[in-house]
Design a protein around this ligand. Structure first.
Ligand code: G3P
Length: 217
């Protein structure tokens, strides 16, 4: 499974990219607002650093302006993935941009039928939001299972990019289901390596090693 990092914070992206675990980046208007920097500059800088897909979201809601914005964003770098909302205008813009050869990430997906439409519109990625479904008492991962089954039934190449991930359990379940990508907030990505028994075991090994009085170097 690929890991994208879900942030527009360059310091976090740089730090995590150094682990070799970052296959791409996703941003959205809320993350850009949080970063407090110029959108186009931030996307250009992320694309310089990370060679995998970097999602940049349009702000328009009508197809014509979405296309203008999408083409401007796509011109920043060849790894820009234009992010469009799952509306009829977004789906129309998705088809047009996909026909241009631009990667599109269709976002704000909350149902399997929406994911089916995005695949038919030629999306490179569909972003189902698991955390926000959990928030309203549904089970976000059920949606990932449904989309996996539908895409496999018809050999759609659209990649399932699990979004709105809130914890390591979401990452594990997405991997078990066979999602293509998890876009993970920096704090959750850092949590993935942690286990108290790893820390405890390492402390015991280091203490025993000290008792040997030896040195490897
Ligand atoms: O990629 C979309 C994601 O950032 C949304 O996450 O936590 O705001 O639901 P959240």
């Amino acid at each position: 499974m690929k890991f994208f990092v879900d942030t527009a914070d360059l310091a976090d992206i740089r730090d995590l990219h150094a682990t070799g675990m970052v296959d791409g980046v996703t941003t959205n208007p809320s993350l850009i607002a949080k970063a407090g920097r110029n959108f186009l500059e931030v996307i250009a800088e992320i694309c310089d650093l990370v060679k995998g897909p970097v999602s940049a979201e349009v702000a328009a809601t009508d197809v014509e302006t979405m296309l203008k914005e999408g083409r401007k964003l796509a011109a920043i770098a060849e790894n820009v993935t234009v992010k469009l909302p799952l509306t009829w205008d977004g789906l129309k813009a998705c088809r047009a941009l996909a026909d241009d050869g631009t990667m599109v990430n269709v976002t704000l997906c909350f149902s399997a039928n929406q994911a089916l439409l995005a695949a038919k519109a030629g999306a490179a990625f569909i972003s189902p939001f698991v955390g926000r479904l959990d928030d309203i008492g549904e089970t976000g991962m059920d949606l990932i299972r449904e989309i996996r089954a539908i895409y496999d039934n018809y050999d759609y190449e659209t990649e399932i990019l699990v979004a709105s991930i809130r914890n390591p359990v979401h990452v594990k379940e997405a991997a078990i289901i066979g999602a293509d990508v998890a876009t993970v907030p920096p704090a959750v990505l850092r949590q993935l390596s942690q286990h108290p028994l790893t820390d405890k075991g390492l402390a015991a090994f280091l203490a025993d090693w000290k008792k040997t009085g030896q040195s490897i170097l």
